[in-house]
Write a protein that binds this ligand. Structure first.
Ligand code: T46
Length: 140
């Protein structure tokens, strides 16, 4: 089942004198099978990333180092999530216009994704996104 609301999920962290280890299992900690992993790093100060929505893709974002903000807009309201803990991640369902910003120097975010990379899954225009949301509400 595809969850409809974004939420923070705490993942297991094994803390030892020799350091920490965190892990994520498909179906146990996140509600999808991981098909792809990508990461974002070396983001210059003041840069924004994202500014698009996905029709189908589910993602789980974990900030391994540093901090960043994720703004999620559902077509009517915007919610902000600050990601700054490596043992917590943001479950990001499809159907949200996302903006990533306020990357601190050295921030690294790893993203676990439910699908392979598919440019056709992206909505890159905000008005198109609103129209797509409206259509979904009518047909749901
Ligand atoms: C998202 C946010 C959080 C690939 O070739 N394969 C991939 O798996 C990805 C994710 C990207 N790319 C290429 C496509 C572009 O030429 O890498 C380039 C940069 O991608 P993009 O401009 O989409 O990067 P962001 O940071 O704006 O968005 C990414 C994800 O694409 C998107 O799904 O939700 O991170």
């Amino acid at each position: 089942m595809v969850e409809s609301k974004p939420r923070i999920i705490t993942i297991p962290k094994i803390t030892e004198d020799r350091g920490n280890l965190g892990y994520v299992e498909s179906g146990r900690h996140i509600p999808f099978t991981i098909q792809r992993v990508y990461f974002i790093n070396d983001v210059p100060g003041g840069t924004e990333r994202g500014s698009h929505a996905h029709k189908k893709l589910q993602q789980f974002l974990i900030t391994l180092s540093g901090s960043l903000s994720v703004l999620l807009n559902d077509g009517s309201r915007t919610e902000e999530f600050v990601l700054n803990r490596s043992h917590q991640g943001l479950l990001l369902p499809p159907g949200y216009w996302r903006t990533l910003r306020d990357f601190t120097s050295g921030a690294v975010v790893i993203v676990l994704a439910s699908e392979m990379y598919d440019p056709d899954d992206y909505i890159n225009d905000y008005d198109e996104f609103l129209a797509w949301k409206k259509l979904r509400t009518v047909t749901a």
